[in-house]
Write a protein that binds this ligand. Structure first.
Ligand SMILES: Nc1ncnc2c1ncn2[C@@H]1O[C@H](COP(=O)(O)OP(=O)(O)OP(=O)(O)O)[C@@H](O)[C@H]1O
Length: 248
């Protein structure tokens, strides 16, 4: 299969830990601009797959390409992040004692130290970029509030905003709606759909109501490989998916 027009291309990828194959001949292709939902039971290999993409774990075998041509197995975590793969872990890690705007400024500045990031004069371009991100993450009216005062769901949105501030091409988002209210969950689906208009996105999630709201192609992983792939209706009707995951 051709890699051109793909943002992520995994073919025949395997990785073992102490002889146990956590990822087993996994092939998964994400087109440029696509948003994909990844589902599957505990231990299916979802986190390990993301660890391989971000360079945290090296595969024993297989091809892992980003943006059609970059061989990710030849790069380390820091290089991969710089190339434009951003990852959001499940637990929000915002700077609680800083305002929403300061959190976004820190993210815009990336690896620079906190002091200059917070106290240098904001350029017009930076202010505009922060305005855009605040709009996308539904926190436009909370700019000067402390992050500590946000709800759990809003903290998740802020962290997604911090990811956007680094201008990634591909976002990996791990269980974004765990612990959110129903209203926040639905808003998160809309928010990610907005982001997916100009980014490629992979969302790992167990909440099937949320996955339905995303309205994208679904991949179900099981024992380190793809068990089923297609629309949510197709995947949920797959007896093997019902047996190992949905029917539980
Ligand atoms: N560093 C490691 N050392 C040993 N085993 C590991 C390691 N990382 C993952 N595993 C094993 O690999 C398998 C896949 O784990 P992984 O965390 O990728 O699954 P997951 O689909 O993300 O599950 P969950 O939904 O619970 O997050 C599991 O059996 C896990 O115990």
């Amino acid at each position: 299969m051709s890699k051109s027009n793909t943002i992520l291309y995994l073919d025949g990828v395997s990785v073992s830990f102490d002889g146990f194959r956590a990822i087993n001949n996994l092939s998964l292709v994400l087109d440029k601009g696509e948003m994909r939902a990844i589902i599957g039971p505990n231990g299916a290999g979802k986190t390990t797959m993301m660890d391989i993409v971000t360079g945290k774990t090296r595969p024993d075998q297989g091809e892992v390409f980003f943006d059609g041509q970059v061989d990710l197995t030849k790069h380390d975590e820091a290089e991969i992040a710089m190339m434009g793969i951003g990852r959001k872990f499940q637990k929000p890690t915002v700077f609680e004692s800083h305002t929403i705007e300061e959190n976004l400024m820190l993210a815009l500045k990336g690896p620079r130290s906190i002091f200059p990031a917070l106290f240098h004069r904001r350029s017009v371009a930076e202010v505009r970029r922060i305005d855009d991100i605040l709009g996308i993450i539904r926190l436009g009216d909370k700019r000067d509030e402390l992050a500590a005062n946000l709800s759990h769901g809003q903290k998740q949105w802020l962290e997604i905003g911090m990811l956007l501030a680094q201008d990634p091409k591909l976002l990996l988002v791990d269980e974004p709606v765990a612990g959110m209210t129903d209203a926040e969950t639905e808003e998160t689906a809309r928010l990610l759909r907005d982001i997916a208009r100009d980014h490629s996105v992979i969302v790992v999630e167990h909440d099937m109501h949320f996955v339905r709201e995303l309205g994208v192609k679904v991949t179900c992983l099981h024992e380190g490989s793809v068990l089923s792939e297609g629309s949510l209706d197709f995947v949920s009707a797959d007896e093997r998916v019902v047996e190992v995951y949905l029917g539980r």
